[in-house]
Ligand binder design. Structure first.
Ligand code: NAD
Length: 297
């Protein structure tokens, strides 16, 4: 049975460091960090995510400012809100919960966010910075996966990492981070031929697909580290249940280390949102007060 990577415990450690950083910024500069969370419409999953983010922010000492807008909000109204948050010095991070209702243009809204406040790391400038290995804000889910991998492995250099999924929010930034850590990176996706064989060559396998329990034991090199990003709601034995993209019961005996669902990548994602809020605030505060030493961790 492989080692189970405890996302709950690791995320609590990340949040503890965030809380210490938030308190230090308050003590040194008298600044309370602010995170604006924008939710348009009433998608039930988004409401749960937003509630969790607001709660975690509070626990870390970050003031969250919630903006709930009706589902029929116009592009102009949402853009105007983002613009006001961009200019609000009390707001250090802006998160627009996705997906947006169909009539709104997500790319346009993401591009309207000040890249220095873009705590989701989705703005094209942050995407480019990651691709070019320059400083910027990195998407929370892949950032959380990297923290887990570094804890499980230490040095990742030279390992073969296979990422299943090529979305802008998980698969692609995950691959970029693994490349930065000097892994040999393969991206597999819906058109990949003989995906089981591709995955079987992986020392590190990251599954970000959105297909319940797709990854089976015969996709895994014995001893490999398996990070399961998927969150899929299924019905089993008449009960609603959350499962990952990896068949945990099948894969855990073969893997060297594996993340569970729930309690794996999910809590790390939220912890990294708070970490990104600190990163964003430090950059903004050092831009305003370059003479003041703003600590880095
Ligand atoms: P997405 O739908 O945008 O992308 C899925 C990717 O999987 C696509 O690139 C597609 O090519 C690939 N794919 C689809 N079917 C495939 C198949 N049969 N074989 C191989 N590849 C296939 O999804 P996403 O936004 O990247 O999210 C992926 C999963 O991660 C979802 O379950 C989502 O709920 C979950 N997620 C979890 C967190 C978290 O915090 N844990 C955060 C974001 C997303």
């Amino acid at each position: 049975m492989g080692h189970i990577i405890n996302g709950k415990q690791l995320s609590a450690e990340v949040l503890q460091q965030v809380a210490a950083d938030v308190a230090a910024l308050k003590a040194e500069l008298g600044v309370t960090l602010g995170l604006a969370v924008v939710l348009v419409g009433d998608d039930p999953a988004s409401q749960v995510y937003v509630r969790n983010k607001v709660r975690q922010a509070g626990e870390a000492g970050i003031r969250s400012i919630e903006h709930r807008l009706p589902a029929d909000t116009s592009q102009a109204t949402l853009n105007a809100l983002v613009d006001s948050l961009n200019h609000d010095p009390k707001v250090h991070g802006i998160l627009v919960q996705l997906p947006l209702p169909d009539h709104l243009d997500e790319d346009d809204i993401i591009a309207a966010i000040n890249p220095d406040k873009d705590v989701d790391g989705f703005h094209p400038l942050n995407v480019g910075a990651l691709a070019a290995a320059q400083p910027g804000l990195v998407p929370c889910t892949p950032l959380g996966c990297m923290i887990m991998l570094q804890q499980a492995h230490g040095n990742l250099s030279g390992k073969h990492a296979v990422v299943i999924g090529r979305s802008n929010i998980v698969g692609k930034p995950m691959a970029a981070l693994l490349l930065q850590a000097s892994c040999t990176v393969t991206i597999a996706h819906s058109r990949t031929r003989d995906i089981a064989a591709v995955c079987r060559d992986a020392d590190i396998l990251v599954a970000a697909v959105g297909r319940p329990e797709l990854v089976k034991a015969d996709w895994i090199k014995p001893g490999a580290t398996v990070i399961d990003v998927g969150i899929n709601a299924i019905e089993r034995d008449g009960k609603r249940k959350l499962v990952g993209d990896v068949d945990f019961v099948d894969v855990a005996p073969v893997a060297g280390a594996i993340t569970p669902v729930p309690g794996g990548v999910g809590p790390m994602t939220i912890a990294c949102l708070m970490k990104n809020t600190v990163t964003a605030a430090r950059k903004q505060l050092s831009d305003i007060q370059p003479a003041v030493a703003v600590g880095q961790s």
